[in-house]
Write a protein that binds this ligand. Sequence first.
Ligand code: VG1
Ligand code: CO
Length: 543
Amino acid sequence: MNIKTISTTPFNDQKPGTSGLRKSVKVFQSPHYLENFVQSIFDTLQCENKTLVVGGDGRYYNRQAIQTILKMAAANGVGRMLVGQGGILSTPAASCVIRENQAFGGIVLSASHNPGGPDGDFGIKYNVTNGGPAPEKITDAIYDRTKTIDSYKILEAADLDLDRPGSFKLAMMDVEVIDPVVPYIKLMESLFDFDRIKDLLTSGKFRMCMDSLHAVTGSYAHAIFEQRLGAPAGTVQNGIPLEDFGGGHPDPNLVYAHDLVEVLYGENAPDFGAASDGDGDRNMILGRHFFVTPSDSLAVLTANAHLVPGYKDGLAGVARSMPTSAACDRVAEKLGIDCYETPTGWKFFGNLLDANKATLCGEESFGTGSNHVREKDGLWAVLFWLNILAVRGESVEQIVRTHWQTYGRNFYSRHDYEEVDAARANEMVERLRSLLPNLKGQQFGNYQVAYSDDFSYTDPVDGSVSQKQGIRIGFTDGSRIVFRLSGTGTKGATLRLYLESYEPDASKHDRDTQEALAPLIAIGEEIAQIRKFTDREAPTVIT
Ligand code: VG1
Ligand code: CO
């Protein structure tokens, strides 16, 4: 077998975003595009003779990309590659496999919640030894390398059969195809009371529905809920992973998980519903005719963690991304534990988890996780909820309402303006930045601005600073408006407007969220002139 060195030139658009390099499949298919980025990883990190993990969410182009990566790894002297069966690993399972095998790192192929298929998106990201996304200093170094790359190395060899577990040799490199479901279930069994959850699911008094949105969690969900925990066949819907996710958006929210919403809001609805995203790291939790916001979910998990075997001794701390509501802050305060506020993106939680400063983490974008891996974990969140439901014997709605009575309710919503003109969106953000110094003290109706800034984060563990992480305007009553441009979209720009207000009075907890936030929505428009800059009358998605 021959190693070939192939000349190439940089693309200059390979800067990783919130969660790796994400582009359309068409871009990834252009000659040398994938190879340049992969070689830049190998050139930046010393991977010779090391063990790496590779796998993806199974979307279109996953199979081809894995074969290319294996041949390049062999040509670059990697010692051993652990590959998910069929080239497939959910993002949390990839993190689990890296940690269990003490691998040097991993290459995760996913565009998460973005649509798939030949006209959809693809993505690649590098994870480090702790199993989590590489921190910014590594992603920056990889990006720098992509700007000067002039050749890459690849082995001339036939494709490997990755569809069955087994061991192969690719030149000097060992390749092991593994079934990731087994170690993942083992990890879940070490955290949750499976016997108790099984009793609940087989009691005849409790029904659940899990929607995998034709994405990666299908095989894990069948094995966990139906086989291991005894839920009836059919509990998992849209459970067959497809390369194009059946044409849908594999994004677990009220808009894109419409099949699940119909079931949980229909007649004779089950007690519990959940969905996960393309690569299995996000989750949406529903009760019968009831939606749990991701920010509330994090707060409820924090308040009830002591009921779950893996967390019964208490939490070291909790962390949330800046735009996530402050609901978990109130729980942390009551528990007397620290609460950290980080920029958007899971990579910022890695140091806090490694240093045992935080045990649970969450983002408003349907992401929750803990120190069991270094990625957010959709099925973990579902099992956490089931464990709490099994112990408390109350409904999802009762649990959340009681939580609000104890802590008050943080009304919360995110408005996304997708695929807007990028230049205009940047102009809007620049204009907002210029307004920030003068906003403090200004009055908008009943609301007075208490602070306004562009969020900057200093990592409490390594001292690294990340600037310009989102514009925040806070009011004296504790409500907030946050503006951010997405770092995961692939077409134009996506503006995210995050809105939060706090309501201690339980008699007002039944209010409609959009109504409760209406004054803040109007103030956001007044300050930022969203309609003018986006040329849109309304958001594309409201969650
Ligand atoms: C979005 C979410 C962010 C999340 C990221 C990756 O980023 O807002 O909270 O960490 O997606 O999620 P952005 O930059 O578009 O707002 V996943 O499930 O794509 O790995
Ligand atoms: Co995801």
